[in-house]
Design a protein around this ligand. Structure first.
Ligand SMILES: NC(=O)C1=CN([C@@H]2O[C@H](COP(=O)(O)OP(=O)(O)OC[C@H]3O[C@@H](n4cnc5c(N)ncnc54)[C@H](OP(=O)(O)O)[C@@H]3O)[C@@H](O)[C@H]2O)C=CC1
Ligand SMILES: N[C@@H](CC=O)C(=O)O
Length: 368
C-alpha cells in the first residue's frame, strides 16, 4: 500500500475541529483549522467508538486503561474510548465502563462526529456488516475481530474501505494474539505460499487437551472454555468447525490470494472425538488435534479441510496444547515456518486489536 493514511487526531484543545489531518510524527500535529504543523507536548487523541463490550470489548477497555501510559509515551497518542454500543445498557460489566459512553444503537457510534475509529466486537453478520459499512462511509477507520463477517463479506468491505480511503484491519479475527495477518501481508514476497496449516480454534484445542490430559468430559471442558472467554457466543461455531472454517477462508485470502468458498472446504468439528479416540492416539505416542489446512498445488488446484487428525510428535502442531494456536506456513523457498501463541480470550484478542489501532496510526504499509 503506497498511500498515506489520514486521521482526525485531536489535540487536547476541545475546540479543535474534527476534520481529517495528515498524520504527523510523534509530538507534531497538523492542526486542521490552521493548516500548519506545530510541535505540542500534549499527546494527540484518537477517539474510539466500541461496538460491543463483552469478553473482547471488555479486554480492549482494560488494555487501553492498563497500557495507556506506555502507548502515550511510545506513540505520542492517547487512545480514548468515547462511545460504546451494547445490547443492554443496564447490564453490570466486569470492566469499568463509563455510563456516558453507553448506548444501545450502533448508529450513535458509527455516525458520530466525535469518533475517529470504530472497533467492532459485537460478532455475527448482522448488524455488524451494516455498522462497519456505515462507519467507513462516515470517515472512520475500522478494526474488527469478526471472522464470521470477514469470511462472508471481507472482500466487499475491503473494497468499500479502499473506495472511501479508510482502513479496515482484522488481525484479531484469526489466531488470537498471533500476528498472522501481518506476517502474511508483509513478509512473504519472494516465496510463493503453497500451504497454510494450523490449529486455529482455541476452544476446540482447549477441549481436546483437557479431555486427553485430565480426563475432563467434553461438556465440562466446553463449559470451562466458555467461562474463560474462549468460546463464541454460540459455541457450536467452535465445536462444529465453523469458526475454524471462517479463519481458514480469511487466511487463504490473505496468504494464498484465493477465494475459498465454504463449499470447497471439508468441515468436521470435534463433536465426534471420544475419550477412547484420544486414549488410542496417546497409546501410539500421538495426539488428536483439530487442524485447518489449505493447499495450493502448482497446477492451481486447491484442497482444503478442517477436521480432527492424529498428529505425531514430529509434527509442529503436536506441542500446541490448551488455548494455544499455531500456523504452519509453507513457502516454496523457505519450507515450513511455524508461528504459535495464545489463540483466544480477552487479552490476546485485545492485544491484536490495539496493535491494529496503532497500525492505523503509524500507517504501516502492507494492509489495504
Ligand atoms: N472471545 C474470544 O476469544 C474471541 C472473539 N472474537 C470475536 O470477537 C467478537 C466478540 O466476541 P466476544 O467478545 O467473545 O462476544 P460477547 O458475546 O462476549 O460480546 C458481544 C458484545 O456485543 C454486544 N452486542 C451484540 N449485539 C449487539 C447489537 N446488535 N448492538 C449493540 N451491541 C451488541 C453485546 O452487548 P451486551 O453485553 O449488552 O450483551 C456484547 O457486549 C466476535 O466476532 C468473536 O468471534 C475474536 C477472537 C477471539
Ligand atoms: N472462539 C474462538 C475465539 C477466537 O477466535 C476460539 O476459540 O478460537
Amino acid at each position: 500500500m503506497s498511500r498515506t493514511d489520514s486521521l482526525a487526531l485531536r489535540t487536547d484543545t476541545p475546540s479543535t475541529p474534527a476534520a481529517s489531518a495528515p498524520l504527523s510524527p510523534r509530538g507534531d500535529c497538523a492542526l486542521p483549522s490552521l493548516g500548519r504543523t506545530v510541535t505540542t507536548a500534549v499527546p494527540d487523541t484518537l477517539r474510539i467508538g466500541l461496538l460491543g463490550c463483552g469478553v473482547v470489548g471488555g479486554g480492549v477497555v482494560e488494555t487501553l486503561h492498563q497500557n495507556a501510559r506506555h502507548i502515550e509515551a511510545e506513540h505520542g497518542v492517547r487512545l480514548d474510548i468515547v462511545r460504546a454500543a451494547v445490547r443492554d445498557v443496564q447490564r453490570e460489566r466486569s470492566v469499568h465502563v463509563r455510563r456516558s459512553w453507553l448506548c444501545s444503537d450502533w448508529r450513535e457510534v458509527c455516525e458520530a462526529d466525535d469518533v475517529d475509529l470504530v472497533i467492532e466486537v459485537m460478532g455475527g453478520t448482522s448488524p455488524a456488516r451494516e455498522a462497519i459499512a456505515t462507519a467507513l462511509t462516515h470517515g472512520k477507520h475500522v478494526v474488527t475481530a469478526n471472522k464470521q463477517l470477514l469470511a462472508a463479506c471481507g472482500v466487499e468491505l475491503q473494497a468499500l474501505a479502499a473506495t472511501v480511503d479508510r482502513r479496515l484491519l482484522f488481525e484479531a479475527s484469526v489466531l488470537g494474539g498471533i500476528p498472522a495477518i501481518h506476517i502474511l501481508h508483509t513478509y512473504f514476497g519472494a516465496n510463493r505460499i503453497r500451504a497454510l496449516r494450523g490449529i486455529v480454534n482455541g476452544t476446540s484445542n482447549y477441549i481436546l487437551t483437557q479431555m486427553a490430559d485430565t480426563g475432563l468430559s467434553f461438556a465440562d471442558a466446553l463449559a470451562e472454555a466458555q467461562r474463560l472467554g474462549y468460546a463464541e457466543a454460540d459455541p457450536s461455531a467452535d465445536v462444529e468447525g465453523y469458526d475454524a472454517l471462517y479463519k481458514l477462508q480469511i487466511l487463504a485470502r490473505c496468504g494464498l490470494r484465493i477465494d475459498l468458498p465454504e463449499a470447497a472446504v471439508t468441515r468436521v468439528g470435534i463433536m465426534g472425538v471420544t475419550s477412547a479416540d484420544l486414549a488410542a492416539a496417546k497409546r501410539l505416542g500421538c495426539k488428536v488435534k483439530h487442524v485447518a489446512e489449505v493447499r495450493l498445488a502448482a497446477d492451481g488446484r486447491v484442497s482444503a479441510q478442517v477436521a480432527p487428525v492424529v498428529v505425531a510428535p514430529s509434527d509442529p502442531l503436536y506441542a500446541i496444547d490448551g488455548v494455544q494456536n499455531a500456523l504452519v506456513v509453507t513457502g516454496d523457498l523457505v519450507g515450513d515456518l511455524t508461528f504459535a501463541g495464545p489463540g483466544a480470550g480477552a487479552w490476546p484478542t485485545a492485544s491484536a486489536i490495539v496493535e491494529d489501532v496503532l497500525k492505523v496510526i503509524k500507517a504501516v504499509p502492507g494492509h489495504s
